[in-house]
Write a protein that binds this ligand. Structure first.
Ligand SMILES: [Zn+2]
Length: 241
């Protein structure tokens, strides 16, 4: 993809243009440039990085991206196609299904991830895990470990990645230094997916299944006649989403 600024201060993006998940409306949307730095000014100062303000075509909110400059010339300022999102879309997760303390901790973990603070994200994931171990007891901790093993097989995680994930979630703060594996963007991304799956399997899936089962019992044929218990209608008030 070729992307450059013309002497008329216009941004040219070849092919499909720029599309990303908008940090404001969370939809995958195209962006339109609304504030491009001046060509002459850039050519005079020649910064390594430049910032451009876009408008999300879906919601109209501003999105700020930073680009590295590949080359300066009298005809165009060529930018590198990969950009840095200054404000990233938040990762969504049905947090309300988690125990109260874990909900607070994992919400902060997601905030760290959105801010590209990957080691802070890892630390908050460990705190989330510690809170869950306390909540679920030794048996629950073993079950979580089994779920992590299942994810390892399903996702075909290599030994090194698995060891890092295990170190983050099941390691102890009193382990010998470094007690916490270092996380880069790639490993944090894998940890995020593993956390989602782990928490989904342990809490969300069960809660939703139980809601669905209660609902099926409520609407089961034959129960609407004699002996119908009206107190069951309360089940309907619970959201099924
Ligand atoms: Zn938007």
């Amino acid at each position: 993809m070729s992307i450059y600024i013309t002497p008329q201060d216009e941004l040219h993006v070849e092919y499909q243009g720029i599309a990303l998940t908008c940090p404001h409306c969370q939809t995958l949307s195209h962006l339109t440039a609304v504030a491009v730095p001046k060509f002459d000014d850039l050519n005079r100062r020649r910064p390594k990085q430049i910032g451009i303000v876009f408008r999300c075509d879906a919601c109209g909110e501003p999105v700020f991206l930073k680009f590295f400059v590949k080359s300066y010339s009298a005809l165009r300022i060529e930018l590198a196609p990969n950009y840095v999102e200054v404000e990233r879309a938040r990762e969504s997760f049905p947090l309300t299904y988690l125990p109260e303390e874990a909900e607070v901790l994992f919400k902060e973990a997601l905030d760290c991830y959105a801010a590209n603070c990957f080691n802070a994200f890892g630390s908050m994931c460990r705190r989330t895990a510690q809170s869950l171990f306390r909540e679920l007891g030794e048996r629950g901790k073993l079950e979580l470990f089994d779920t992590l093993q299942e994810i390892r097989t399903l996702a075909e995680l290599d030994d090194e990645t698995f060891a890092a994930l295990r170190g983050v979630l099941f390691g102890s703060d009193s382990d010998p230094w470094p007690s916490h594996p270092h996380l880069d963007a790639e490993r944090a991304g894998i940890l995020l997916e593993v956390m989602r799956d782990l928490l989904y399997q342990t809490f969300v899936r069960k809660a939703r299944l139980m809601q669905a089962v209660s609902f099926r019992k409520f609407v089961a044929p034959g129960q609407t006649e004699a002996g119908f218990d009206t107190s069951r209608s309360r089940v309907r008030d619970e959201p099924l989403a």
